[in-house]
Write a protein that binds this ligand. Sequence first.
Ligand SMILES: [Zn+2]
Length: 138
Amino acid sequence: MCPHCTAINRTPVERPAETAKCGACHNPLFSGKPVAVSDQSFATHLQRNDIPVVVDFWADWCGPCKMMAPAYNRVAAELEPHVRFLKVDTEAEQQLAAQYNIRSIPTLMLFREGKIVAQRAGALDATSLRAWIEQNVA
Ligand SMILES: [Zn+2]
């Protein structure tokens, strides 16, 4: 799924996903950065992805969230395009926070084919974050 225009793209296996571009808006499908999602685009990201999707539920007023942001960005750059990284601002998207029963932030969730396969609360450094993801997608 294109993070820019939300078009669904099929990436050919013979071409590296790093260079894949959206058929609709021609932007790169993977920027190596987490994608901020809204209520609407979130469901599409989860359901129309055959790669694992990691979600960071965060808020602007949350100190630990801000502390973790550089680590999250770094691990996104390392693991994309094998894993998609999303960010949900729980202040702007309160419905999503309620739907996923977010009680403390940051909360990390890992989805496969729209289903939660792992979740944890609290900030992580880059090494622990990467280990947590790899352990749960293996
Ligand atoms: Zn697009």
